[in-house]
Design a protein around this ligand. Structure first.
Ligand SMILES: NC(=O)c1ccc[n+]([C@@H]2O[C@H](COP(=O)([O-])OP(=O)(O)OC[C@H]3O[C@@H](n4cnc5c(N)ncnc54)[C@H](O)[C@@H]3O)[C@@H](O)[C@H]2O)c1
Ligand SMILES: O=P(O)(O)OC[C@H](O)CO
Length: 349
């Protein structure tokens, strides 16, 4: 079989870290993958130069993953149609709010038989309710779409610190193909079939991470944060029962579940946001700009998406932590009341 060509759709903090892995891995497996990896990059000017030009000349994404050299076979392309045309494998790694628009541009330009994977941690709300991003990609582009989620803080992965991740794929062949593309000695991949639960975990942990940050902001310690992680996990399992029936309990014990909760609740950007919301009066947008300098917090948007579904279904009482995080982000609840929400959690009744 001819080597497969790969296109990465996205080039932020995680997009660049995964591009480093893929760029090296395709070189190690020339029979399986084409050497050139195309990476769609949303164009912007950094220090008077185009970011694509910086990446293609200096081989570093100075804005989103500074200090990390990218392999020279990763080529940044500002036109998503040019980037995806002819690709056999599409790796989606954009902040979730941009996915629909980018897919609309790609529609009609996808190679027949191409397969996709989503590394995006979020949901979309459509007329039909809450939707998984991988389902949107599959519907829009007519491709199979697997997912990859895990305890994977981008900087640590880019610095080659050991971690695990979970690929969820309904077919073994696609799961294995993407495992071959991304696995390294420091980035270990488990493949499971329960893809929807894997993806749901990746999205919901962003909300719990804000809760962990709120605990830091109100100066509570590790016991309280552990309670947030545990109660968050309970709400994630409950959310699966309500919205994604058939979830397997074991999936929550993969890297995409408990491990990502632990990592994000200690070291993630959404945790930082939770603390900042307590410590300052600024809006989420102002905090995003100030703290992340162009990167994106996914948690507030996911909290809003989740709570709009819970309200519609009359389920808010069963998910007090998700609801409280959303209200605190919306500035309609005093963060000091977060603890009473934990104290009165239905898991204690
Ligand atoms: N950063 C991490 O540690 C990490 C780890 C695992 C998963 N994730 C997930 O990966 C996804 C992508 O996150 P990230 O960290 O790579 O991105 P990021 O937070 O660095 O986001 C910035 C990216 O968005 C792009 N962008 C801005 N405006 C755009 C537009 N209008 N259209 C298209 N793109 C636009 C920017 O060019 C940049 O590439 C998210 O769902 C995130 O939850 C992130
Ligand atoms: O920095 P966060 O909070 O977006 O989390 C990053 C990753 O999802 C951690 O696995």
């Amino acid at each position: 079989m001819a080597p497969k060509s790969v296109c990465i759709v996205g080039s932020g903090n995680w997009g660049s870290a995964i591009a480093k892995i893929i760029g090296y891995n395709v070189q190690r497996q020339p029979d399986a993958f084409e050497k050139k990896v195309k990476m769609y990059m949303y164009e912007e000017i950094v220090d008077g130069r185009k970011l694509t030009e910086i990446v293609n000349t200096d081989h570093e994404n100075v804005k989103y993953l500074p200090g990390i050299k990218l392999p020279e076979n990763v080529v940044a392309i500002p036109d998503v149609i040019e980037a995806c045309t002819g690709a056999d494998m599409l790796v989606f790694v954009l902040p979730h709010q941009f996915v629909k628009k980018v897919c609309e541009q790609m529609k009609g330009h996808i190679k027949p038989g191409a397969v996709a994977i989503s590394m995006i941690k979020g949901f979309a709300i459509t007329g039909g309710g809450i939707q998984l991003i991988s389902h949107i990609i599959a519907q829009e582009l007519g491709t199979e779409c697997a997912v990859l989620m895990g305890a994977n803080l981008a900087k640590e992965v880019a610095e080659e610190e050991f971690c695990e991740t979970t690929i969820g794929s309904k077919t073994d062949s696609t799961g294995q193909l993407f495992k071959d593309l991304v696995e390294t000695p420091y980035f270990r991949v488990a493949v499971v079939k329960d893809a929807d639960t894997v993806e749901m975990c990746g999205a919901l942990k962003n909300v719990v991470a804000i809760g962990a940050g709120i605990v830091d902001g109100i100066k509570q310690g590790d016991n309280t944060k552990a309670a947030v992680i545990r109660l968050g996990l309970m709400e994630m399992i409950k959310f699966g029962e309500e919205f994604f029936p058939g979830s397997r309990r074991n999936t929550f014990f993969e890297s995409c579940g408990i491990a990502d909760l632990v990592a994000t609740c200690h070291g993630g950007r959404n945790r930082m946001l939770g603390a900042a919301v307590v410590e300052s009066d600024k809006t989420i947008q102002e905090l995003e700009k100030e703290i992340l300098k162009g990167q994106s917090f996914q948690g507030p948007l996911v909290a809003r998406e989740v709570c709009s579904m819970l309200e519609e279904k009359g389920l808010c009482d069963k998910f007090p932590m998700f609801v409280a995080v959303n209200k605190i982000c919306q500035r309609v609840m005093d963060p000091k009341l977060f603890i009473s929400c934990l104290r009165n959690h239905p898991a204690h009744l």
